[in-house]
Design a protein around this ligand. Structure first.
Ligand SMILES: *[C@@H]1O[C@H](CO)[C@@H](O)[C@H](O)[C@H]1NC(C)=O
Ligand SMILES: *[C@@H]1O[C@H](CO)[C@@H](O)[C@H](O)[C@H]1NC(C)=O
Ligand SMILES: *[C@@H]1O[C@H](CO)[C@@H](O)[C@H](O)[C@H]1NC(C)=O
Ligand SMILES: *[C@@H]1O[C@H](CO)[C@@H](O)[C@H](O)[C@H]1NC(C)=O
Ligand SMILES: *[C@@H]1O[C@H](CO)[C@@H](O)[C@H](O)[C@H]1NC(C)=O
Ligand SMILES: *[C@@H]1O[C@H](CO)[C@@H](O)[C@H](O)[C@H]1NC(C)=O
Length: 453
């Protein structure tokens, strides 16, 4: 058994560990009181590196040599939070720094401007955005004087932080490498001139995600590429009534950060399709990715830089994708479904498709609006399945008009073709079937003929 001094040594070790942990510098955690008093602007720069990934080091704003962990030969990513009405620290900050360092050997600097962002008066926080931006600009200029290249700097700004990134970028004449705006704030910024908000001239490459444009976020495109998750307004799984308390206010807005975190984990790609509207996207009108060559349509998130060159050439690209209601957010099984009928008269209705593989069944109901089917005309549908089915051995299709009073219609299908959007599998076909309304028809698909339909 152990001697008392061994216990003592153990205890000492624990105490030393705790003291070490306490020496980490931390994000300013203000209480609700501060948000009422209103505090003057203060900017804290917290450095994380691979050498010290969970314990932050406070940086001097002027003496860069005071901190040997800051290595300006490495790229630097700044993480900039938004409005903090209660003064609490953002729940996602540690996740983001951790993932950034996991992906690349960087200086990650969390810009803690909580004193300026924590105010019950949103307008005050908006005002402070410019001041905090001026402060950060001064710091980046000093970095540049010490040999850092502006091209290797990436600003990730959330909400108000996205516009603050834009101000910093504009102060530096757009020479910063990249700005990522995560649901840039809408209130007080909507309708303003480009110099009063984030815009695509603020950095060499600007990528933006919209998740709450009907409330806290910004509706119009702001970058070289703008991603509208689930249309950009309402996110699946987020409460739609006020009775759900505070999450009603922030769930859609905060989803932008969680989607970005998942893109960094590279769980599965979220393919984003260029389109002029979400409705057109859901109608399957925007599934063509030819202009992006072999790479296909851009994948949302951290790694969209792979498409930077072509996106800069295109100028501004508005893209759409849909997600699941929780992690993993990516929908891995999406198909283009092309239907040709030979009914004499046009038919309107909805289609439900099921894919089967032994025990597994995946369902896609295409019901966002009634679709028109016309004789000998290809009707294109976009089907996203709730599960991925690797090898489809059976397909079920059901047609409905949603009308209970009219007599039941039949859809006489000349050909139905399913094309996977991600995999290069041969499309699946079935020829000559009759879909009686509300009656599921199950069949074994066959490889499509190279025909001239
Ligand atoms: C930025 O803010 C910090 C702390 O709030 C301050 O020490 C520093 O002088 C400011 N920098 C400039 C250029 O105002
Ligand atoms: C990590 O950061 C803390 C806080 O600044 C510092 O005390 C410690 O020495 C750092 N560790 C290393 C390995 O540099
Ligand atoms: C900067 O920090 C280094 C290391 O702590 C110190 O030796 C130096 O005197 C400081 N320079 C200034 C101008 O304060
Ligand atoms: C700084 O980073 C560069 C590039 O990663 C590396 O080659 C160099 O050794 C680092 N310098 C120090 C002092 O760690
Ligand atoms: C953040 O990190 C914690 C601890 O590693 C983890 O439990 C949590 O699920 C992460 N949250 C998100 C949204 O990634
Ligand atoms: C930005 O442009 C202005 C005016 O041309 C110039 O005075 C300033 O030095 C430039 N700043 C940077 C960081 O390049």
């Amino acid at each position: 058994s152990m001697f008392p001094w061994q216990y003592l040594a153990l205890l000492l070790l624990i105490v030393v560990q705790i003291c070490k942990a306490q020496r980490c510098d931390e994000f300013t955690d203000l209480n609700f009181g501060h948000a009422f008093i209103g505090t003057s602007i203060r900017v804290k720069l917290l450095l994380y590196t691979r050498g010290n990934g969970t314990c932050a080091t406070l940086l001097s704003h002027t003496n860069l040599s005071a901190q040997p962990l800051l290595n300006l030969s490495r790229p630097t990513t700044f993480v900039i939070h938004g409005y903090r009405p209660t003064g609490s620290s953002p729940v996602w900050v540690n996740n983001l720094t951790e993932l950034l360092l996991h992906r690349e050997d960087l200086n990650v600097i969390v810009v803690d401007w909580n004193y300026g962002a924590a105010n019950v008066n949103y307008l005050k926080a908006v005002e402070n955005t410019q001041k905090a931006a001026a402060n950060l600009t001064a710091f980046i200029k000093i970095m540049q004087e010490h040999g850092a290249s502006l091209t290797s700097i990436h600003l990730i700004g959330v909400s108000l932080g996205a516009h603050m990134s834009g101000f910093v970028g504009a102060n530096l004449n757009g020479s910063i490498g990249r700005i990522t705006g995560l649901d840039p704030a809408g209130p007080q910024f909507t309708g303003t001139r480009p110099e009063d908000r984030l815009d695509s001239t603020d950095a060499q490459f600007v990528d933006v995600l919209h998740t709450d444009m009907d409330s806290l976020g910004f509706r119009e495109p702001l970058g070289h590429i703008d991603f509208y998750a689930n249309g950009g307004a309402d996110q699946p799984g987020c409460p739609s009534t006020i009775f759900s308390g505070t999450s009603y206010f922030k769930c859609d807005h905060q989803r932008s950060v969680f989607l970005y975190l998942e893109s960094m984990r590279q769980t599965c790609p979220i393919r984003a399709f260029p389109c002029s509207s979400y409705s057109d996207f859901l109608d399957g009108k925007c599934l063509d990715c030819d202009k992006f060559g072999a790479a296909g349509c851009p994948v949302f998130g951290y790694d969209v830089t792979q498409w930077e060159r072509v996106l800069l050439k295109l100028g501004q690209t508005k893209t759409f994708f849909t997600t699941n209601s929780m992690s993993p957010f990516c929908i891995t099984s999406a198909y283009r479904v092309d239907v040709i009928i030979w009914n004499r008269d046009a038919r309107w209705g909805y289609i439900t498709v099921k894919l089967h593989d032994k025990g597994t069944e995946a369902v896609a109901t295409i019901d966002h609006k009634s679709t028109k089917f016309q004789k000998y005309t290809e009707t294109r549908l976009f089907a996203q399945f709730n599960k991925d089915v690797k090898s489809v051995d059976k397909v079920s299709i059901m047609f409905s008009t949603g009308n209970v009073f009219k007599p039941k219609y039949k859809l006489r299908v000349l050909r139905v073709r399913l094309t996977h959007l991600e995999r290069k599998d041969r499309p699946l076909c079935r020829y000559d079937i009759v879909l009686e309304e509300k009656t599921e028809v199950t069949f074994r698909p066959i490889p499509c003929e190279e025909s001239n339909f």
